[in-house]
Design a protein around this ligand. Structure first.
Ligand SMILES: N[C@@H](CCC(=O)N[C@@H](CS)C(=O)NCC(=O)O)C(=O)O
Length: 210
């Protein structure tokens, strides 16, 4: 099995953490999905990573789909243990995390545009989504060790990956000051070997790609 990933991608990181927590061997293929030479369109018509390529050549994509696929095909340890309400609570955290990351991506690219073409209203809109999503994640985390239930799982991966990419891409968002409970929780998660092995790193996007 191969995973097409990018070093800063929070979406790919979720899948890398799931693979590591489950002890599934895989080959990591690192790409810059925005560059002209990326192979992502060969494997995903939506031209996004992460992409999981199975040994028979089948390609699977979209991080929430991959998380569910891995949890169903490799159920031990489960990343969504518990009853339906518990599972759906974890998936809600993933919706929030992905939503914050989607807003961050839009804001990131808007900021790369020449100042005279940037829309302040558009950037403020994305910023509101990020603020709102993080506020809600902080509320749901509270003082819990794991955001849902009594063990590590999908919700923790979603929150952890989201907050770490904010630290990297948007350090002026001082969420650690606003939500010290969330900061303590993320710092604890970051100690896990699966998190330590997948710390996000900036990639250089070719100037011609943007
Ligand atoms: N909803 C998708 C988002 C994936 C995504 O946006 N990936 C970025 C890299 S972080 C990408 O490949 N973007 C290329 C593009 O949108 O053309 C998921 O969860 O997998």
């Amino acid at each position: 099995m191969k995973l097409i990933s990018a070093t800063p991608s929070p979406y790919a990181r979720k899948v890398r953490i799931a693979l590591a927590e489950k002890g599934i061997p895989f080959e990591l293929v690192t790409e810059v999905p925005w560059n002209a030479d990326t192979q992502t369109p060969r494997y995903n018509p939506l031209e996004k990573l992460p992409i999981l390529i199975l040994d028979d050549g089948t390609s699977l994509y979209e991080s929430h789909y991959l998380m569910e696929w891995l949890d169903r095909k490799y159920p031990t340890p489960s990343l969504t243990p518990g009853d339906d309400d518990t599972v759906m609570a974890a998936k809600r955290l993933e919706v929030l995390g992905d939503g914050v990351c989607d807003a961050l991506v839009l804001l990131f690219f808007e900021r790369l545009r020449p100042a005279e073409h940037r829309s302040e209203a558009w950037m403020a809109r994305q910023r509101r989504k990020m603020d709102g999503g993080v506020r809600e994640m902080a509320r749901l985390v509270g003082d819990r060790e794991f955001v849902v239930g009594a063990s590590f799982g999908l919700g923790d991966i979603a929150v952890g990956c989201t907050m770490c990419i904010l630290d990297l891409r948007f350090p002026e968002f001082r969420w650690r000051d606003e939500y010290p409970n969330l900061a303590r929780y993320v710092d604890r998660l970051s100690e896990r070997p699966s998190f330590r092995a997948t710390v996000p790193v900036v990639q250089t996007i070719a100037a011609s790609a943007i």
